[in-house]
Design a protein around this ligand. Structure first.
Ligand code: ZN
Length: 939
């Protein structure tokens, strides 16, 4: 559908004007998506493009290295020719390119539906829109109920090395097209009554490379509320565009076929009474069909069935976090499954045996997956009105703001519409629910607030701007504050994104993945929960927003400007200024100051990044705590293979070309620590027997007084290995995680830290040496939401962590600075509000940069004793830097020429002219990740 975006009266225009910045990583594609996800929301199109849509797909060149061959699966380059052939053969087949992967491969959306005129297609769009936004009327609209073609959507291969779903979908499409062209009455009826959608491969880069992760080294099926990967942004946008009533995400490999619904804990924001009855019944139907089909090579369980987590897995296969595709899509009122195909990758001894075994297993899974698709479609067709009606009811409840229907353990099925089998399986562990607030209020003004609002809008959440000042719950809010009224169709999604979540430590012994997240707590913006869903609307009118208004400002007449070093955008501004050779001075109160020589660049950045500079007289430059900042070349360690977050966040913060530090690189000299200013240790390095050179290099690095910022395990390792400081660490269970409350001391990160943080395997520090400073501690009862129990020996739980240090710092005798987090500021690029904590720590641990000459003091008004000399009373004694920086510019020369041409827009490192050119280059390079700049606020 070319996924067109409605032009929201000028929003798209301003988005275009705002421009985009990418900060490419060394040798990789544009990756700054972590900074600010795209802000132009996908909304249902309503201009009625007829079907079929048969623009031929571009066929990629043959790639003999495609790892699909190893599995015996269709290589990526053969998918487009296959689909092109289908389009030539049949008017029932449409294909569209709905976006590109990180490495630029096309993502294909196949639609099987009977031809539609433009009017018919527009009618479908209109009906779909009414189902969401006028659900009460849609429920009573006979024409809609009879004529709407409910969308059923199959997503495949989001994990690149789980190839088989793609082949299963293509197998189903092959057969259906054959039936359609043969005039099969059932097939034709299906195409006339439905739209069947297939995103054939959600992760083509991973498919080709044989990796689970995307080319950003992130797991896309953990990225659905953060959306750093383009692959998930496409699915997110399609979710709103297509509004499926049933969605299946096909994975592998769990030995036996596994079909959700999930086990407990059940997500607390879903309307389970409307989803679970048909969801479970459909799974049972699939099970029976797969048993009956008796597919060669497909194992069943010992009981002769498949695995249905809701029935068969008491804990550890939950649908709690909306980071997985189906758990995300379900907020569109869709029944949504993960399906795991059975037989996995061969581990046979020889390649030949592997190929043979894989081919057999692929063939089995293709047939099983084909059956799953066929059974799903058949089940939906048999229960169409009820399932569609339930989607409408979910939206209606949201719009009306009704309390969530909570289901007790072992419910009486007669009290719920639909099939009954589920009720017997719904026991105490499944009981869930939440109370929706009446609204969330987000005070405007900060870039973090604007980023959050744009992100909510991209998810389809409706956000308004208050037209006047108002008060609610005893708080006063200014006109312009953002209001998320929870009376809206996607209130479940809005709540799951913004709410604190819940402490579920007692609910189940273990969780499949994360158990807490919260954009409201972790994205740096103030978010206030207001009232209850049954309260009347807030006493203020609001205007819907399509993109958050600009936040930048710059004073007209100032010789010096000041900027609060708080938030991702402020860090970017500082790093870009430093990279441009502009002196930036930290004046010790959480702000930085730029002098007369940098005003032009600062003004441009205020507009580009939406940061607010204020005028200052520059006298703070003469203070005792001033410290010149320097452009940092950051070296980093990372836990492969899913360690994309370290590089992505550093790059997204504007640190130019961070260098990955590995034992191998240090040993063979390809990584030179002399070119590194400061280290981010995302993981420890394994300095084994053959790592003398690496060990020596690190020893020399720290001996020279250079510093590091680190996660707990890596930081304590480095501290011991290189005598940085003395401390022990206590770590909770490795999979414990959650949103934790923290108290920050006046120190390195006090201007940046929020009162909540994210921790995965939370750690606290004990036995601190005399030279160690506590920067931050866990609150007395630290776990706000998540799953965190003590270790078996009673240590490492939230109770034990209460009041203990969560972040520490030290400076050793060599002058090496270190700061270590017991929390996880970069976790999967999610806790944006913590990124600036790390940036502040890196700037502190890195070398000093140039200072700025304070203004010459004006004569004081008090007459001096010798009135004949009207000169300044004295030269400011503190005007000279305490430590002479060697250069006024960035301390790091680029090691590679910044001229890789379009698409790799490297940030230049010297000179204002080059800098301006560089900004343009960066702007022009903005094909991939987008950092939307907010234009200067003009008043
Ligand atoms: Zn998977």
């Amino acid at each position: 559908m070319q996924v067109r975006r409605r032009v929201w009266c000028g929003a798209a225009v301003s988005a275009a004007l705002l421009g985009a910045v990418t900060v490419p990583a060394a040798g990789a594609g544009p990756v700054a998506t972590v900074v600010t996800p795209p802000t132009v929301s996908a909304v249902p199109e309503d201009d009625g493009v007829p079907y079929p849509r048969q623009e031929p797909l571009t066929e990629p060149p043959v790639n003999e290295d495609d790892q699909s061959y190893w599995r015996g699966a269709i290589p990526f380059h053969e998918i487009a020719p296959t689909l092109n052939a289908h389009m030539e053969a049949s008017e029932y087949v449409s294909t569209e390119v709905v976006g590109q992967s990180t490495e630029g491969r096309d993502l294909y959306l196949v639609t099987i539906t009977a031809p539609e005129s433009a009017e018919e297609s527009a009618q479908q769009d209109d009906w779909r829109d009414r189902i969401k936004h006028d659900a009460a009327a849609a429920q009573d609209d006979d024409a809609l109920m009879a004529g709407y073609k409910p969308p059923i959507w199959f997503n495949n291969n989001i994990h690149g090395n789980e190839w088989d779903g793609t082949d299963a979908a293509l197998s189903y499409i092959d057969e259906l097209v054959e039936d359609l062209e043969a005039g099969d009455a059932d097939a034709v009826a299906l195409a006339e009554n439905y739209r069947l959608y297939f995103t054939v491969s959600n992760n083509p880069d991973g498919r080709v490379a044989g990796t689970r992760a995307t080319a950003l080294n992130l797991d896309a099926n953990r990225d659905f509320i953060t959306n750093t990967t383009p692959e998930t942004r496409i699915i997110r946008d399609l979710t709103g565009d297509l509004q499926p009533i049933f969605f299946v995400d096909i994975h592998g490999y769990t030995g036996n076929l596994q079909v959700e619904p999930t086990g407990p804990p059940q997500g607390e924001n879903y309307e389970h009474d409307l989803l679970m009855p048909y969801s479970y019944a459909a799974a049972l139907r699939i099970e029976q069909d797969v048993i009956d089909a008796d597919i060669a090579g497909n194992p069943l369980t010992e009981d002769g069935g498949i695995i249905i987590p809701f029935r068969d897995i008491p804990d550890g296969w939950d649908g709690w976090p909306p980071i997985f595709t189906p758990q995300y899509v379900q907020f569109q009122g869709s029944i949504a499954y993960t399906v795991e195909l059975g037989p996995g990758r061969s581990r046979a001894a020889t390649l030949e045996e592997q190929l043979a075994e894989n081919a057999e297993r692929l063939a089995t899974n293709r047939e099983v997956g084909h059956q799953v698709i066929e059974s799903t479609v058949a089940y939906v067709d048999e229960n169409r009105d009820a399932i569609l009606g339930n989607q409408m009811e979910i939206f209606r409840r949201g719009e009306a703001g009704l309390p969530l229907v909570e289901i007790p353990a072992n419910p009486d099925p007669d009290e719920y519409e639909g099939p009954d089998e589920w009720a017997e399986e719904w026991d105490a562990a499944d009981v869930t629910g939440t109370e929706f607030p009446r609204a969330y209020v987000i005070p405007a003004g900060s870039t973090d607030a604007a980023t959050l609002v744009d992100h909510l809008i991209a998810h389809g959440v409706e956000v308004g701007v208050a037209d006047a000042d108002f008060s609610v719950g005893g708080e006063e809010y200014a006109a312009g504050s953002f209001v998320v009224d929870m009376h809206q169709p996607l209130r479940g999604l809005a709540n799951v994104l913004l709410s604190d979540g819940a402490d579920i430590s007692d609910r189940v012994p273990s969780m499949y993945d994360i158990s807490a997240w919260s954009l409201g707590r972790l994205w740096g913006a103030e978010v206030d929960r207001v009232g209850s869903t049954t309260d009347p609307a807030l006493d203020v009118t609001t205007t819907p927003v399509a993109v958050a208004p600009p936040t930048g400002s710059f004073p007209d007449d100032a010789d010096y400007v000041s900027l609060a070093l708080d938030g991702v955008a402020a860090v970017q501004a500082v790093n870009l200024l430093l990279a441009a050779g502009v002196a930036v001075v930290d004046v010790g109160d959480g702000t930085v100051v730029v002098g007369p020589d940098g005003l032009e660049q600062a003004a441009a950045l205020s507009e580009l990044l939406g940061v607010a500079f204020t005028a200052t007289d520059g006298r703070e430059l003469a203070g005792d705590d001033v410290r010149g900042l320097s452009a940092l070349r950051v070296g980093y360690t990372s836990s492969a293979p899913y360690g994309g977050e370290d590089e992505l966040v550093l790059t997204g913060l504007g640190f130019v070309d961070p260098v990955r530090v590995t034992v191998e690189g240090l040993n063979d000299g390809s990584v030179d620590l002399e070119e590194i200013d400061v280290l981010w240790l995302g993981s420890r390095l394994r300095l084994g027997e053959d790592a003398d050179a690496a060990d020596d290099a690190l020893e020399a690095y720290f001996d020279s007084g250079k510093g590091a910022v680190a996660t707990a395990d890596a930081g304590i390792w480095a501290a011991e290995e290189f005598e940085l400081f003395e401390a022990d660490v206590v770590t909770g269970p490795g999979r414990a995680n959650g949103v934790v409350l923290v108290d920050t001391e006046d120190g390195v990160i006090s201007a940046q830290a929020e009162d909540a943080a994210f921790a995965y395997g939370p750690a606290y520090f004990t036995e601190l040496g005399d030279d160690v400073t506590v920067e931050q501690s866990y609150g007395t009862e630290p776990l706000l939401s998540g799953h965190w129990l003590p270790n078996g020996d009673g240590t490492g739980g939230p109770e034990q962590a209460g009041g203990q240090p969560s972040v520490i710092s030290a400076v050793n005798a060599d002058g090496a600075r270190a700061l270590v987090f017991g929390t996880d500021p970069f976790f999967r690029t999610h806790p944006r509000g913590m990124f600036d904590d790390v940036a502040a720590a890196l700037l502190w641990a890195g070398p000093e940069g140039a200072l700025i000459e304070p203004p010459v003091e004006e004569p004081t008004e008090e007459p001096t004793e010798e009135p004949t000399t009207p000169a300044p009373t004295e030269e400011p004694t503190t005007s000279e830097p305490t430590e002479e920086p060697t250069t006024a510019g960035p301390t790091v020369a680029p090691t590679t020429a910044p001229t890789d041409g379009p698409g790799s827009g490297r940030l230049p490192t010297t000179g204002a002219d080059v800098w301006m050119l560089g900004v343009l280059t960066v702007l022009l390079a903005g094909a991939g990740g987008v950092l939307v700049a907010r234009r200067r606020l003009t008043d």
